[in-house]
Design a protein around this ligand. Structure first.
Ligand code: WQD
Length: 341
């Protein structure tokens, strides 16, 4: 069976392509390389000894999307990662985000409705919850007003999918709300490739430890948490990739005509920034230069997943720990340095 993975050369996309290929699926990738590198294709091939078909075009090009689906009407499912995902950038350039994250989604769904098998997995985010009222966060938690255009595009995206599932008789879809994806494949052939200065915590930590950054700024230690720093649910990207295969197979095997479901994907465990720093120092054997800096606007105090629905309905839970993820991120950073040498 052939599965389309959009954004399949990106961080989570590439790990999901590996998981799909290893499960015996044929995979084709659409990626415009705006936030990824063609080298990732080689990394996927080295791990799996398979080379997925790769199509380099932009999903905002409606004609190209249409032409692709006409040619690939035999697709069994689509996993849609392709989107812009930098919170700060979305504030400066909202129209880029609404066009890239929502218009492209509409073009995808319009064409998927022409397929025989209409199975769609959407890459969503815990960011839709904003500052949740209760922890851990369940899928029934209130969807708060988004703190950024990026978060809003994920909320709007879920609404677009839900309404389309209600209208298109045999379209089945699942939105997966990721918490904080970190880490890299154990082979160190693929991993996170942030462009420019990393916005996210773990790549900033590994780049500091390797000497690429002077020090980590911890954005605020005066939050109402045990050690004063924000709490997040850091999930290993390999566990996250596996969850996409499980969700896809739920759609492929589902007898239901039309359906729309949402699942939180996290470990269920919250870790503070300081705890992540200490865990990194432990697994890397390196002291990390860090300083306390002012709070970052838009940060929520704490977010970690209630994992019950994913366990009970998907039959999926994480297997890897925070330390496993940090160790894999560090090994990947060391490999990148070797490659640059
Ligand atoms: C985690 C914690 C920071 C960097 C974002 C998006 C989310 C998803 C994951 C796309 C926070 C602190 C960070 C640094 C720090 N992205 N931090 N110094 O903000 O929870 O989630 O990325 O899907 O949608 O919102 O992740 O890694 O940026 O921050 O102290 O240099 O680390 O304040 O408490 P975040 P993050």
């Amino acid at each position: 069976m052939k599965i389309l993975v959009t954004g399949g050369l990106g961080f989570i996309g590439s790990h999901t392509v590996v998981a799909l290929l290893e499960k015996g699926y044929d995979v084709c990738i659409i990626d415009n390389l705006s936030n990824s590198s063609i080298d990732v294709l080689e990394g996927i091939a080295k791990i799996t000894q398979k080379i997925p078909q790769f199509f380099n075009f932009d999903l905002r090009n409606q004609e190209k999307v249409e032409a692709f689906f006409k040619e690939h009407h035999d697709l069994a499912g689509v996993i849609h990662f392709a989107a812009s995902k930098a919170v700060g950038e979305s504030v400066e350039n909202p129209l880029l985000y609404y066009e890239n994250n929502n218009n492209a989604l509409v073009y995808m769904l319009k064409n998927i409705s022409q397929l025989n098998q209409k199975n769609f997995i959407f890459s969503s985010s815990c960011t839709v919850y904003g500052e949740a009222d209760t922890l851990p966060i369940t899928e029934g938690a209130a969807i708060k007003k988004a703190e950024s255009p990026y978060g809003n595009t994920k909320q709007i995206g879920e609404d677009i999918i839900r309404d389309t599932c209600n209208a298109v008789s045999d379209l089945k879809a699942i939105s997966l709300r990721y918490f904080n994806p970190i880490g890299a494949h154990s082979s160190t052939e693929i991993g996170e490739l942030p462009i420019g200065t990393p916005q996210n915590l773990v790549p900033y930590i590994t780049q500091t430890a390797i000497g690429q950054r002077d020090e980590l700024s911890i954005f605020g230690d005066d939050y109402p948490t045990e050690d004063g720093t924000c709490i997040r649910d850091y999930i290993h990207v390999v566990d996250l990739a596996e969850a996409h295969v499980v969700a896809l197979e739920r759609l492929l095997q589902s007898e239901k005509k039309a359906s729309y479901e949402v699942f939180n994907l996290g470990t269920g465990k919250g870790s503070s920034v300081k705890e992540v720093v200490s865990a990194f120092e432990k697994v890397s054997g390196q002291e990390l230069n860090h300083t306390i800096a002012p709070r970052r606007p838009g940060d929520v105090v704490a977010a970690y997943a209630d994992t019950e629905k994913a366990q009970d309905v998907l039959g999926w839970q994480t297997k890897l720990t925070l330390e496993d993820a940090l160790e894999s991120a560090w090994k990947w950073q060391l490999k990148l340095k070797e490659a640059d040498a």
